[in-house]
Design a protein around this ligand. Sequence first.
Ligand code: PMP
Length: 392
Amino acid sequence: MPSVMPKIAAVMGPTLAFLLDPEMTRMGADPSVANFAIGNPQEMPLPELVTALRDVLEPKDKNWFAYKLNEDSSQRTIAAGIQSRLGIAVRPEDVMVTNGGFGAIATSLRTLAGPGDEVIFISPPWFFYEALILAVGADPVRVGLRPPAFDLDSEAIAAAITARTAAVLVNTPHNPTGRVYPPEQLQGLADVLAEASRRHGRTIHLLSDEPYNRILFDGRTFTSPAAHYPATLLLYSYAKTLLAPGMRIGYIALAPDMPDAPALRDSLMLAQIMTGFAFANADLQYALPRLEKLSIDMAALQRRRDRLVPALLEMGYQTSLPEGTFYTMVRSPIPDDLEFSRLLRRHGVLVLPGTVVEVPGWFRISLTANDEMVERGIEGFRLALDAAATRT
Ligand code: PMP
């Protein structure tokens, strides 16, 4: 197989150009800029996170910093957390403790798909899905969500399935739209996958990328696709509840009725090694029982949403209240979202142009900004809108 890197470089071009743009880096470091570009922290880390990490750094035995795999204690903590929050009885041995959501996605793809296989992903996607599918030699197949609400489109997924389909990768709560898919839509998808698996004589696995499954607004509850479809791999990252994405810990958990679970479990463990030792670091695994209970201040996040979104609507922007995640999509007042994003930069506001996430004509706001940024940002959004209206 020739290197897939040229293809990956082409696919990642626009995202990397945005993320690595020197002006973006410079502005991101400037405290006077209202930074709504990506889900990075704009405040000091949770004090309880800092204490938990400090406590586990003191070695208790000679193996404290030895190689760590999917440690029993971590598997039990994670399985108990899934049981209490989602009501799903995952077996502890069916949990792989990964270095974040990236590791969970890459390991799952490496296990389930290879050259000749297709993996369906939904669009708008998270930036890295297509490249991660290409990285295992499989062919990415894009299926759009149904506008304007960005609903899951089971019929479109059904139409995209072929005899080569190995897996379908979905994301709920959904980055970038903030949608949380209701149980009916998840059941619709489960029915489609069960029927297609029977017809093609191969299990089509569902990869449920759900790092935001605890980032929910208005007292919403979350239903995982794993509760609807037995061949589901639940993929999680602690980066969102902790708002500490540089601390790499997440997991893969197999739904309780997963077909051939013991064999799949063994391949996943091997794939973690082949993915560059995609296990969570020792210190994070020791701290896990405490990390599992921690969360950013959801009331503050919701307060920012409830300040920013109505203010944008009042100015005349088209947007909506997200149901979950850190994000909301806003329609660009001019068709070219890249140009409008540049205009916003001139008024001290950083956003993610929709073009980067396959939604041209829109831009994405991250609510992980602090309160001050929200206030300054509102002024910047107003000035940029006026500037767009008076452009010739
Ligand atoms: N999936 C989605 C939808 C995400 O938004 C992210 C992070 N932005 C990830 C996966 C990866 O998570 P992590 O950085 O913790 O590996």
